[in-house]
Design a protein. Sequence first.
Length: 210
Amino acid sequence: MIRVALVDDHALIRRGLRDALHETQDIRVVAEACDYGELRQLMRDTPFDVLLLDINLPGRSGLDVLHSLSDETQKVRVLILTMHPEEQYAIRALKAGAMGYLNKSAESGQIIEAIRMLAGGRKFITPAIAQALAERLSVDESLAAHERLSDREFQTLIRLASGQRLSDIAEELKLSPKTVSVYRARVLEKLSVQSNAELTAYCLRNGLID
């Protein structure tokens, strides 16, 4: 039996996943958490084989959680399941230690397949991620300025380019507006742009937003 833990701050999402996985004979949801604090508690109390993790979490993002889990003595097999498309976060998440990445719009059968692959010690790579990886190998990474951003800077970039205000970004990322302003300044400098409009244009050119 494959034991699965769910980490998502939306109870309805967790319920939908639990119901979908309940239909299988070899997978069971054994624990749930809505944030990093609850995840740490369940890791102490409940053994599991695969962790389904969202990127958008209150307090610490899923990317932050991945970096924390990479320090664990026992490797945690993590499948990122998020609303963000592959071109935004997939490669960054894989580099941080995830073994698979899926959008929440994926069919339940694909999620089940991914869980089984991770439980067997294999990574789950969609065709879209495979294509992105192939393109990455054929391009000098020094040309991709956004790849030099930290995770927080990248999260700030995507939100600014999508039209969010600094106050909204601060609330969503659980940061102070001043801290978000610092991240914005760093992003502008590293991407050699002068305004939010230029940030948006950069993201559109590089396929980071639609």
